[in-house]
Design a protein around this ligand. Sequence first.
Ligand code: ZN
Length: 174
Amino acid sequence: MNDEVKVTQEINHEFWMRHALTLAQRAQDEGEVPVGAVLVLDNQPIGEGWNRPIGRHDPTAHAEIMALRQGGQVMQNYRLLEATLYVTLEPCVMCAGAMVHSRIGRLVYGADDLKTGAAGSLLDVLRHPGMNHQVAIESGVLADACSAMLSDFFRLRRAQQKALKQAAKTAGGH
Ligand SMILES: [Zn+2]
């Protein structure tokens, strides 16, 4: 890859990751853990998703799954060859499995998920040598912004829970 192509690709990666971050914000606005995903083919978005398992009462309603589902509808095909999925956080085992089934060409993600990441942190589902389809991976795109969004969310939630506990104690009259 020559330098010019590489620079263009990096700019594209950041552009779409910024888009995924705005989708993550939507999850946060709905009280969900802020993760966003956008599926891109030929530089066009064909699927968007944000994390919404709580609101949907659906354990599979992760950002990546939502984006892949929409992409399948748009393409009228369950195979999404050559598509690139941008997601703000390293995918879990379920989402990585769905990516293999969808046959996407590439995953680009922001922050590592050291506890449950299935793109190399906990497991490496996407590059497992026994897998019938391998997905190329690029990580660390806008990683600071992606992980700050998550850590801010959890910090705020902890503070809210602490305040609630404190209020309950006060109301108890002790
Ligand atoms: Zn997932």
